[in-house]
Design a protein around this ligand. Structure first.
Ligand SMILES: Cc1ncc(COP(=O)(O)O)c(C=O)c1O
Length: 406
């Protein structure tokens, strides 16, 4: 039995007389002592500006930063450590791909194909590429239960230059058929951008097995700290791209009018690096790997199964997408008839339960399915079945609180 709660100091927090129940893990996860301690250790004992000094503190900071990159390389099974670029978050990684690859490699008449359910970070970015290059942004609309249809996949054709999609949707929580879509995209000659923000924390990432061209994720959604994310790209593609940010550390030689750039990955890491974030991500990876993704998936499966069963018994609750726990990680979005999602979240907060309300940064999908706003619960390794039951009990009070009879 997975028992990690003791590692997460924040979980003992009391709000409104109730111990906090944290079900907003898709937004950001809580941090174990091991991650917090890794940051403290860096700042107390090894802090220096990496790759810039001959002194011991710079050397130690550089080593910790470089070690973190190797840990990420192994975590996602990248072939080369220089294919791993540290960025601020998944959003920044997607912006780099869109600006430094999309805007320079796409032309009028080309197609960018994405699911309608994408997070704005993987959608607004492609809108601009389309606007700047004259390429067309084409959506795969999914069926009523959130599945890709053959009609959707047929949109990936010889004109398609980019296929971008989330490995797990942050609204639906459904596992995308990654390999099927990547094979189809490659057969059409397209480059694949895989958004792993909701996948990397929950399942084994294997960029070589998937054969994705780019993979991105955020450290803060997988026990790490905010401000550190990862851009993985195949070496040839990254080498073929212009740097996104210019400045210190990303240069080779600078003359008055011209500059040559540093090698990968430094070409994309201008300015002083976030060593705290890299160290935190390394500690988070160690923590997750120590548990193992089989155990993590089994735990989330137990929680999501229980929650789905409970939610399905409440007649005025509507679950968005599939209700088959096998197809999901630990994310469930839903609406309650007659109650605005913001009211649902506020009422649950009064019982110490933290859930998400709003459009989940996926407004086109909300419009498409006619649910501009919804609620979302998202589980992680430290959540318990007892917490799920407590949430279901309190959820049943929401409509009464709003003046409904049942
Ligand atoms: C699927 C998906 N992609 C991208 C992002 C953006 O992540 P970040 O805000 O850490 O950049 C999120 C965040 O919720 C997400 O769920």
């Amino acid at each position: 039995m997975l028992n990690v709660r003791k590692d997460f100091p924040i979980l003992t927090k009391v709000h409104n007389g109730h111990q906090i129940v944290y079900f907003d893990n898709a937004a950001t996860t809580q941090k174990p002592k091991q991650v917090i301690q890794a940051i403290v250790d860096l700042l107390e004992n090894h802090n220096g500006n990496p790759h810039r000094g001959a002194h011991i503190l710079s050397v130690e900071a550089s080593k910790l930063y470089d070690d973190a990159r190797i840990a990420v390389q192994k975590f996602i099974n990248a072939a080369h450590s220089e294919e791993v670029v540290f960025v601020r978050n998944a959003t920044e990684a997607l912006n780099i791909i869109a600006r430094s690859y999309g805007e320079t490699h796409l032309h009028e008449g080309d197609k960018i194909v994405i699911p309608i359910s994408e997070h704005h970070a993987n959608l607004v970015t492609w809108q601009r590429v389309a606007r700047v290059t004259g390429a067309k942004l084409v959506y795969m609309y999914l069926d009523e239960t959130g599945h890709f249809t053959e009609n959707d996949l047929a949109k990936i054709d010889s004109k398609t230059k980019i296929v971008a999609f989330a490995a797990v949707s942050n609204v639906l929580g459904m596992k995308t058929p990654i390999k099927k879509i990547i094979d189809k995209a490659h057969a059409a000659g397209a480059v694949v951008v895989l958004d792993g923000a909701q996948a990397a924390p929950h399942m084994k990432s294997d960029v070589q097995q998937w054969d994705c061209d780019f993979y991105v994720f955020s450290g803060h959604k997988m026990l790490g700290s905010a401000g550190t994310g990862v851009l993985y790209g195949k070496r040839d593609l990254l080498n073929d791209m212009e740097p996104f940010l210019l400045g210190g550390d990303m240069i080779e030689y600078v003359q008055e009018q011209t500059t040559t750039f540093n090698v990968l990955p430094f070409k994309f890491e201008a300015g002083t690096e976030n060593v705290e974030g890299a160290v935190a991500l390394h500690a988070a990876i160690d923590y997750l790997e120590n548990i193992g993704f089989d155990t993590i998936e089994a735990k989330e499966h137990e929680l999501v199964t229980r929650a789905l069963q409970g939610l399905e018994q409440i007649p005025y609750v509507h679950i968005i997408g599939s209700t088959n726990a096998e197809e999901k990680t630990g994310v469930i979005s839903f609406t309650i008839e007659g109650v605005h999602p913001h009211d649902v979240a506020t009422i649950l907060d009064s019982y110490g339960i933290a859930i998400r309300s709003g459009h989940h940064c996926a407004q086109p999908y909300g419009s498409h399915i006619g649910a501009e706003a919804s609620n979302r619960v998202s589980f992680y390794i430290y959540n318990t079945v007892e917490e799920v039951d407590y949430f279901l009990d309190k959820l049943k009070l929401v409509r009464k609180t709003m003046g409904f009879k049942d």
